[in-house]
Design a protein around this ligand. Structure first.
Ligand SMILES: [Zn+2]
Length: 288
């Protein structure tokens, strides 16, 4: 009997970024300075998603969106943003969180507390994914791939992933291990039936994880799954037309991850592939 899964797509704020961020293709870090100053007419508004998953094995949160302090009144507030992010990141993201949209506010609305979360899975340490961690740090377990932590402690990643948002948080770091699936065949499995897995999808950052959620074991033809692709792609257009998002750390890695996502989407059990910043995907619940 297949398990019933519900994935609630939550918009935990928004960013207004250069249009090169989702579809920069060959645009690399060399020109990132120009994109920080991108004029308003070259910017696009993208959601910042977190996912609340009702799974028979527990309640799981993937990523945490923006914290309330970057947007105290629920609107874009550059001074508040600069209290949390260094100036270049504040300029890149232009973030805000409408009232009621920060992760703890959305949990509360559903009658949930951080303590009710069995797992919080962090796909990577960019601020739009971990800024809200402080609101849910009483969860039972908070998991980050060791590879992501390793790189975040070094040089240019340090500029991009401010330590203040995560270094003191009670994060449990787990190593990727050999996996039957994934662009590098590296993954972290939770539960005996591997029904929740973090899969290494390198490129955007080296240690980044996608999250695969299944309703049964892989060998059963009836098993269905959804893939949360994090920032390996910003929209299906990235993998369907092989356009890499801009400013990845490793374009070869990005392309490899996009090819794997395209293959995964074609599998018969695939219900949905969701990206963290796809403007076409509104708040909704995916059930299977
Ligand atoms: Zn992101």
């Amino acid at each position: 009997m297949a398990n019933k899964i519900k994935i609630h797509v939550l918009h935990c704020g928004y960013i207004r970024v250069s249009e090169k961020v989702p579809f920069g293709n060959r645009i690399g870090l060399g020109t990132v300075g120009r994109e920080l100053l991108a004029p308003e007419k070259e910017r696009v508004t993208l959601p910042v998603c977190a996912y609340l998953i009702e799974h028979p094995k527990g309640l799981i949160l993937v990523d945490t969106g923006w914290s309330r302090e970057i947007s105290p009144e629920g609107v874009y507030d550059p001074l508040a943003v600069e209290k949390v992010l260094p100036k270049p990141l504040a300029a890149l993201f232009h973030p805000w969180v409408p009232k009621g949209a920060a992760i703890h506010e959305q949990l509360e609305e559903r009658g949930l507390r951080a303590e009710d979360l069995d797992l919080v899975l962090l796909t990577h340490l960019d601020p739009d994914h971990v800024s809200g961690l402080k609101h849910v740090n009483r969860a039972k377990r908070i998991i980050l791939p060791e590879d992501e932590y390793f790189w975040a402690c070094r040089t240019v990643y340090r500029l991009r992933q401010p330590w203040s948002l995560w270094i003191d948080q009670p994060i449990e770091r787990l190593y990727y291990r050999a996996s039957a699936i994934g662009p590098n065949r590296w993954g972290i499995s939770f539960f005996e039936d591997e029904s929740v897995r973090m899969i290494n999808v390198p490129g955007h950052t080296e240690g980044q994880a996608a999250v695969m959620v299944s309703n049964g074991p892989e060998y059963l033809e009836s098993t269905k799954f959804a893939l949360l692709a994090a920032d390996a792609a910003y929209s299906p257009r990235n993998w369907r037309e092989s356009i890499t998002p801009g400013f990845g750390f490793n374009r070869e890695g990005q392309l490899k991850s996009l090819r794997w996502i395209a293959e995964t989407e074609r599998k018969p059990g695939c219900v949905r592939v969701l990206c963290s910043h796809d403007p076409e995907v509104g708040q909704q619940t995916v059930e299977f």
